[in-house]
Design a protein around this ligand. Structure first.
Ligand code: GLN
Ligand code: ZN
Length: 759
């Protein structure tokens, strides 16, 4: 019988984050590396067993990693930057990822539009590359010993080059001719393992808009790689978007299979005819690998039936839409969740059963199901129905409100607003402020934890927070900052804090997803219509304002950022969910304003995160994202000053969108680039005020007065003083108080010096 169930990749951190703890103990020198290896081996076997027992036939090897698969691929090709050359083995591997006191780590960046981060390989023309397949071979053999013949996952050469950077300047694809023979060597080596080995080559770069140069490399690459050995069957796999241009070329190469995502891109259906003609196998991603909802099995069968109108069933394999790395591990560890909601969810392990069942029904009809499988199917249908009709997901009040929302933006043009604001707020040119958070001290973390656990009562907790706010204000006043903040001591995380107070949000106890290395995040999830039952920040901001005569800035997180850092319901367009969040934030803006707060910052730190991978879809995203930011501040009076903050430095692509958001003041992260990246604001004639961070908060270094003065002058070359604010480049919560105090004192002093000179 042909094998027709497939999983792109499996999470590796462990259901209790075992790998995380093993790594961190080793890094802290509490254990040696053999302990990490032992844990890793156990995890791999356990994860293989989960997949095998669920009936998955195409299981991966080499989807495991001690840190990151891109880093692993760099090591496989011996793409080791010179500064790590003197180190050996695991020490070298982890230093590449994390750096040490003498050596800077390699850069890390987001994996497409997920919140996973990969290590960016560094390439140079003069480096020599050679094959080092040890890790990959070892893992295949481990699986073999465990009784499994796995496929081998690797990252394709075109994606590898596309995501790497050149340290000697120039285009990474210039290294193509150097690296392709190593990929060939790799496949030759793999071919010796068995009579038939499936190699899954991930080429997610194909889902982006590609230039003709890269497109022209697809055919020669896969002609050559697929001809290395008859022992090897190559699958070229993409996810997160469609890859129609590449598919059109791949069908004319001798690869065995093409893997496509049918959930995040309808365009992939347009490729079916070509794939059918080429007689290639199609790996159809129909179970969502990046969201946590229970699969709607009937719906998946419909998708497959549509696919089967083109592709012969013998050539069809059923799969997850991408690696399950992007979802939490196992629902069984959620013991505190409302059972009704829990019943709507499916994590990594649960998705395995879904793939197996869909496959069984699709290939053998419902009649072939055993009693337990029939029960499972029935339970699945019931759960999906319950989610559709539950009062938890529907809130008619919210829906009515949305229907009747007419006012999507605030009154008044910027020009007129800023005049009113300046009259009222009376701040000077080069006004000083901060981005919101001050250091999260061990005491404050402890208090929050104790409060959550019930060991500290509300009164006690409030006193702790108030004490922090008092100190924070005293420092800011003494320091001479002009627009103050309360310091955000009550917040653990800028999204979670708000999510916890909004209706329609759920939280997991153990829903960890790997973010990078040993770091995991536990995103909240949106299951129902969103509303704000009561004020979320008012108490703290009002208290803070009562403690100072200076202007207190209220701090909120914006709707787009809240959305982009959550798992989002899939039964409603994201743009609608975002609108609901915007209304909730708007209620808070209104309350703050009514309480006399005159400046409110609505952070959109993750605005860019939601950008589609395809240019053709960008406009739609920008339209609703801007709409909802504006909606969230639509109740602000003209004289209430709205700030926003974004953790980016590169605005060239999105400057028109930033302008359209129409915030009165935006603070950004350009500190590390001098005035270079600010120039775009001047170039487009940006009217609103800008606070380009004057020093880098990500470093422990204290910036001197002199260097901040120089920085301010360089900003003044680009924008007039009336348009500039002076602030650090991001929130201060990860810094130590001592560093923050010295840095901000220097910043304020620098402003005084510049102001005197300007008079
Ligand atoms: N106001 C938030 C803070 O200061 C913003 C965080 C961020 O930009 N990521 O922490
Ligand atoms: Zn920031």
């Amino acid at each position: 019988m042909s094998k027709n169930t497939y999983v792109v990749g499996f999470p590796r951190i462990g259901e209790q984050r075992e790998l995380k703890f093993a790594l961190e103990n080793y890094w802290a020198k509490k254990t040696n590396f053999s302990e990490v290896e032992k844990v890793a081996k156990e995890l791999k076997c356990k994860h293989w067993d989960y997949q095998k027992n669920a009936g998955i036939e195409h299981i991966s090897s080499n989807d495991f990693s001690f840190y990151d698969n891109m880093l692993d691929m760099a090591v496989t090709l011996s793409a080791i930057p010179k500064r790590f050359a003197h180190l050996q083995e695991e020490e070298r591997y982890f230093t590449m990822a994390r750096g040490d006191k003498d050596t800077v780590a390699m850069e890390m960046t987001k994996w497409f539009n997920t919140n996973y981060h990969y290590i960016v390989p560094e390439l140079s023309l003069e480096d020599r590359y050679k094959l080092n397949a040890d890790k990959l071979l070892k893992e295949y053999k481990e699986a073999k010993k465990h009784g499994l013949t796995c496929k081998i996952n690797i990252i394709g050469i075109l994606t590898f080059l596309g995501l790497s950077k050149r340290i000697d300047g120039g285009d990474t694809y210039e290294l193509y001719a150097k690296l392709l023979p190593i990929y060939e060597d790799l496949l030759k080596t793999i071919a010796e393992l068995d009579d038939t080995v499936i190699v899954q080559i991930d080429e997610p770069i194909f889902v982006k808009d590609m230039d003709t140069k890269v497109l022209s490399l697809i055919k020669p690459t896969y002609d050559r790689l697929a001809n290395v050995s008859t022992n090897i069957k190559i699958t070229v796999l993409t996810y997160f978007e469609h890859s129609c241009e590449a598919t059109r070329i791949l069908v004319n190469t001798p690869i065995w299979a093409i893997g496509l995502d049918f959930l995040y891109a309808n365009e992939n259906f347009d490729s079916l005819e070509l794939i059918a003609k080429s007689n290639k196998t199609l790996i159809a991603g129909v179970v969502d690998g990046r969201n946590i909802w229970k699969n709607d099995i009937e719906k998946s069968l419909n998708i497959l039936n549509e696919i089967a109108l083109h592709i012969h069933k013998n050539n069809l394999i059923i799969s997850s839409s991408c690696s399950l790395l992007h979802v939490p591990f196992h629902l069984k560890h959620e013991q505190k969740m409302n059972p009704e909601i829990k019943n709507w969810l499916s994590y990594g392990v649960e998705k395995l059963d879904e793939i197996a069942l869909i496959s069984k029904i699709f290939f053998h009809s419902k009649k072939a199901l055993h009693v337990t499988e029939l029960e499972y199917l029935e339970a699945n249908q019931k759960a999906n129905l319950s989610r559709k009709i539950s009062s938890l997901t529907h809130d008619t009040k919210v829906q009515e409100r949305i229907k009747h929302t007419k006012k999507y933006e605030r009154e008044g043009e910027y020009k007129q607003r800023i005049k009113l604001q300046k009259d009222k707020l009376q701040y000077l040119p080069l006004a000083t402020t901060t981005i919101g958070s001050f250091p999260q001290t061990p005491e404050i973390r402890h208090a929050r934890r104790e409060y959550k656990n019930g060991n500290l009562d509300e009164k006690g907790y409030e006193n702790e927070i108030k004490k922090y706010i008092d100190d924070c204000i005293t420092f800011q006043e003494k320091c001479g900052l002009e627009i103050l903040v309360h310091g955000e001591p009550e917040r653990n995380d800028m999204v979670e804090y708000f999510a916890e107070q909004l209706n329609g949000y759920g939280f997991s106890q153990n829903g960890w997803v790997q973010s990078y290395g040993s770091r995991c995040v536990k995103p909240p999830f949106i299951y129902g219509d969103i509303s704000r039952p009561k004020p979320m920040t008012l108490k703290w901001i009002r208290y803070a304002q009562s403690k100072t005569k200076k202007i207190m800035k209220g701090m909120l997180t914006g709707p787009v950022t809240i959305l982009n850092w959550s798992f989002v319901r899939d039964d409603m367009p994201r743009s609608e969910v975002s609108k609901q969040i915007a209304l909730g934030i708007c209620d808070e803006v209104d309350d703050l304003q009514k309480a006399g707060i005159q400046v409110i910052q609505v952070d959109e730190a993750a605005f860019k995160e939601g950008y589609p991978l395809r240019q053709a879809k960008v406009k739609t995203y920008e339209e609703w994202a801007v709409r909802d930011f504006k909606l969230s501040v639509s109740c602000a009076k003209q004289e209430t000053q709205i700030h926003t903050h974004m953790c980016y430095s590169e605005f060239n692509d999105i400057i028109a969108t930033i302008e359209a958001m129409d915030a009165d003041v935006i603070s950004i992260e350009t500190a590390r680039s001098g005035n270079e990246l600010l120039k775009i604001f001047a170039k487009v004639g940006y009217k609103q005020e800008v606070g380009p961070g004057v020093y880098d908060i990500h470093s422990t270094r204290i910036p001197s007065v002199k260097e901040i003065v120089t920085q301010i002058y360089s900003l003044l070359e680009v924008l007039p003083k009336e348009q500039l604010w002076i602030n650090p480049d991001c929130g201060l919560k990860t810094r130590k108080w001592k560093e923050v105090k010295l840095s901000l004192q220097n910043m304020v002093q620098a402003v005084q010096i510049v102001r005197e000179k300007l008079h």
